[in-house]
Write a protein that binds this ligand. Structure first.
Ligand code: HEM
Length: 433
């Protein structure tokens, strides 16, 4: 269990700021979360949050510090505590259901060296740009279908619900070999999995209670496992060249991958691969529609689609945090970090760090260099990053030629989450070419 000994010299973050950074609902409002991060970067770039109901933790807001910590996966582990920030009550419930362990899911995210490397290497070649580029034509067919659907609207739609939400799910499910009729179930499960804090994403039995949130998370996981158990058994009997077959038939340290780890892999890929991508896609459109001249720059030159996507990743940054814990006493930015202290990597803050980005709140597709950390950094850096970028590039390549202009037709609505998520609604008005 993480206990953080707060010596008097350690910088305690003011309660109102600490509350904002930890509370899921803050992330639904850019005008709340980003000023809090800015205050921290300027006044207390590495400070301790002590919020009722949560273990004390270090809030890491500088781009350089996040990189420094994430680079060293031996000194800073992901899996000794919970890799995701949860309430103490939620963690206690998880331990009670899980033989005292907080490793609710045996996925890469919760693994540390050398286990992490052994499991990541099962699919790391599959996700390399050269291998992924072979999927481009298959993905383009799905992109065209999505664009055709968008164009069937008469100049006005919700860019998220009517367009961005479904395509990344279709892509990953196609690569997994999941039949199209099962996609609604996968979408629902992912939204529950990530949206435990958002009132609109909760199961009916959910109440505003951290243990109920943990229970719901657990229930989603069991649903996923049940589904993937069957599919996995099928792929062992009849292997194909899809990603699910690769994982189901893999060996780790000379033995077939265990059930828990295979399921952890499927769930991680199934869930990590689409809410993130759809939110970034929506972020790109939001940025182009609301910052003067940005749509026209990309429209005039298809080569600007790639940098626009990098800027959408930086600006929308759909993964809000992952946790690390120190494995030994150490020092970061002059602060003494104790063994087992927990640290929250605030990627959206690192993506708007004034030391790295000029006018960080401005969406600027011409920004170069753009060294955002929306995919994290170091050995855990997003496994699916090349796939995500390819998917988004192909989608905008198919979409942009059909659009003459785009503007916002209402206020965007964001998911209330301190973990993974972004746009729930993005009303747009567009003129077709
Ligand atoms: C725009 C889309 C995406 C964003 C912003 C994103 C972001 C991230 C971030 C921030 C991490 C944690 C990195 C760290 O701890 O340093 C991560 C990990 C991961 N992502 Fe993504 N991701 C995206 C798309 C995808 C896709 C498409 C897939 C797979 C199909 C995927 C699979 C994973 C996996 C398996 C991990 C765990 C890697 C590890 O711990 O070794 N992600 N992602």
């Amino acid at each position: 269990m993480a206990t953080l000994i707060t010596a008097p010299s350690r910088p305690k973050i003011p309660d109102d700021i600490a509350q904002i950074v930890i509370a899921p609902k803050s992330y639904a409002d850019d005008k709340v979360i980003y000023p809090a991060f800015k205050w921290l970067r300027e006044n207390m770039p590495l400070g301790i949050a002590e919020v009722d109901g949560y273990d004390p933790l270090w809030i890491v807001t500088k781009n350089a510090d996040i990189k420094l910590i994430e680079r060293d996966a031996k000194l800073f582990h992901s899996g000794d505590h919970n890799a995701v920030l949860t309430t103490q009550a939620g963690d206690a419930f998880t331990r009670s259901m899980n033989n005292g362990s907080l490793r609710v899911i045996s996925s890469l995210t919760y693994m540390d060296p050398p286990e992490h490397g052994a499991f990541r290497s099962i699919t790391s070649n599959w996700f390399l740009p050269g291998r992924i580029s072979k999927l481009e034509e298959q993905i383009r067919v799905l992109a065209r279908r999505s664009v055709d659907h968008l164009l069937s609207f008469d100049g006005e739609c919700d860019f998220v619900q009517d367009f961005a939400l479904h395509y990344p799910l279709r892509v990953i499910m196609t690569l997994f070999g999941v039949p199209p009729e099962d996609e609604p179930r996968m979408l629902k499960l992912t939204q529950e999995f990530f949206g435990v804090h958002d009132p609109e994403e909760q199961r009916p039995e959910m109440i505003d209670d951290p243990v109920a949130a943990a229970k719901m998370w657990y229930a989603s996981l069991q649903d996923f496992y049940g589904y993937f158990d069957d599919l996995s058994a099928e792929r062992r009997r009849n292997p194909t060249d899809d990603l699910l077959s690769l994982i189901a038939n893999s060996q780790v340290n000379g033995k077939p991958i265990p059930r828990e780890e295979a399921n952890g892999y499927y769930v991680a890929i199934a869930t990590a691969g689409h809410d993130t991508t759809s939110s970034t896609t929506a972020g790109g459109m939001h940025g182009m529609a609301s910052f003067a001249g940005q749509f026209d720059i990309v429209k005039a030159d298809p080569a600007m689609i790639k940098p626009m996507i990098e800027e959408a990743l930086r600006w929308a940054c759909p993964v809000k945090h992952f946790m690390r814990n120190a494995t030994a006493d150490t020092e970061v930015r002059g602060q003494s970090i104790g063994a087992m202290d927990r640290l929250m990597m605030c990627y959206p803050s690192g993506c708007r760090d004034e030391d790295v980005f000029t006018d960080p709140d401005t969406f600027d597709v011409r920004r170069t260099p753009n060294s955002h950390i929306a995919f994290g950094f170091g050995p855990h850096m997003c496994l699916g990053q090349h796939l995500a970028k390819l998917e988004m590039r192909v989608l905008f390549e198919e979409l942009m030629p059909h659009l003459e202009s785009v503007e916002l037709a209402g206020a965007p609505k964001m998911v209330e989450t301190n973990f993974v998520g972004g746009y729930k609604k993005l009303p747009i008005r567009f003129r077709k070419k």
